[in-house]
Design a protein around this ligand. Structure first.
Ligand SMILES: NC(=O)c1ccc[n+]([C@@H]2O[C@H](COP(=O)([O-])OP(=O)(O)OC[C@H]3O[C@@H](n4cnc5c(N)ncnc54)[C@H](OP(=O)(O)O)[C@@H]3O)[C@@H](O)[C@H]2O)c1
Length: 343
């Protein structure tokens, strides 16, 4: 037995349908184990299998909502009405996750864990991951991998906005954006850094997450489903490190724009929940880069080397599990800047 639609949705749907069919007083429609999208438009000739139409002369009206619990085919009032000519009804909706930097490291581990029943996963990195594609087809999960350089944030944001708009507000049961991609620029004091390298770290680590967040929140603004943005930050956004000014600044900027967005969303009736989360210290390429730095240019190199030898790095899989568990917390977003190591 499936739960009925929320009262407001149910009443709105019934009122619109009753108004269009003159079916007042007819028997209540029966339950249907799926969600449906209903479109009310001026009448057209009967075409089975596509959205509902309203009577001739009605203004162009569109109702989209979860009609969970209603049968449009079996409802008696439908059979008496020549006006309802079309409907469509989909399988139970999936949860959408958009994830950047899923080709390797913690992002890949998160993607692997998100390949579960009832999820649609869209990954955005410069490279596709063939094993992930294979795992998705074995799991029967919908996976898209977009090859996109996130140093071109405007292009990525436009692609994301267009894709979400095409999906429409009734396509998913929830929508989540995880901004995980990040880069460490060449490890050197700012004075010895290349402008292109600094710009790339800031574009991938700060500009792209902000533009993608804007595109995601803008395109899904009217979606009546739970929406979340999880920005993968770092302890280094909160603690300064020599020879990593661009990385630290990108993460500090990410924390602060997340605080601002939390305020934006808090005053909306269906605002998204957002969090900038430090994921701990993880055994990935990024740590290899830090341990492999020139000691003369990086005073902290020994500390990072010690983390590895002392076995203090979290595996990508464990880090991904903790981050995804944070995303599922009932209080997700209550604190817009958090650390996965907090209890
Ligand atoms: N590892 C740690 O100890 C640690 C600690 C704190 C925070 N973090 C944060 O956690 C996140 C994941 O880190 P990680 O260690 O898993 O990193 P990683 O192993 O270096 O992987 C980085 C990911 O970002 C993607 N990426 C890099 N440049 C890109 C670009 N220009 N366009 C699109 N995608 C790009 C990479 O994909 P492609 O190369 O295919 O593009 C890759 O999938 C990052 O935000 C990092 O700052 C890591």
């Amino acid at each position: 037995m499936h739960p009925p639609a929320p009262r407001s949705v149910r009443h709105a749907a019934l009122r619109l349908l009753a108004g269009s069919t003159g079916s007042k007083g007819s028997s209540p429609p029966r339950r249907l184990p799926c969600r449906a999208q209903v479109l009310l438009e001026p009448q057209r000739s009967a075409l089975p299998g596509t959205p509902i139409t309203a009577p001739a002369g009605a203004s162009n009206r569109r109702f989209e909502g979860e009609l969970l619990g209603f049968s449009l085919t079996q409802a008696p009032w439908r059979q008496r009405s020549a006006d309802i000519t079309q409907y469509h009804c989909a399988m139970p909706l999936k949860h959408l996750t958009l994830l950047t930097g899923a080709s390797r490291g913690m992002g890949l581990a998160m993607a692997q864990q998100l390949l579960r029943h009832g999820h649609t996963l869209v990954c955005i990195s410069r490279h596709r991951n063939a094993e992930l594609a294979q795992a998705a087809s074995q799991a029967g999960t919908t996976l898209e991998q977009w090859e996109q350089d996130l140093s071109r944030g405007e292009q990525a944001a436009r692609a994301l906005r267009d894709w979400l708009t095409t999906q429409g507000p009734a396509a998913f049961a929830s929508a989540t954006l995880i901004n995980n991609a990040g880069v460490i620029p060449r490890i050197a004091p700012l004075s010895a850094s290349e402008p292109a390298d600094l710009a790339n770290a800031l574009r991938v680590g700060l500009e792209a997450p902000m533009l993608l967040t804007a595109a995601f929140l803008g395109a899904t603004e009217g979606w009546a489903v739970p929406r979340k943005v999880l920005n993968i930050s770092s302890g280094l956004g909160r603690r300064a490190l020599a020879s990593q000014a661009a990385y630290c600044a990108a993460k500090a900027g990410m924390d602060h724009f997340t605080r601002c967005v939390a305020l934006d969303e808090a005053i909306k009736p269906h605002g998204a929940r957002v969090c900038s989360l430090a994921p701990g210290v993880i055994d990935t390429d990024m740590q290899i880069q830090l341990r492999g730095a020139d000691p003369a240019a990086f005073p902290d190199r020994q500390n990072f080397a010690r983390l590895k030898t002392a076995g203090q790095l979290t595996s990508p899989a464990d880090a991904a599990t903790r981050v995804l568990a944070w995303l599922e917390r009932a209080d997700f977003g209550t604190n817009p800047v958090a650390d996965v190591r907090e209890v």
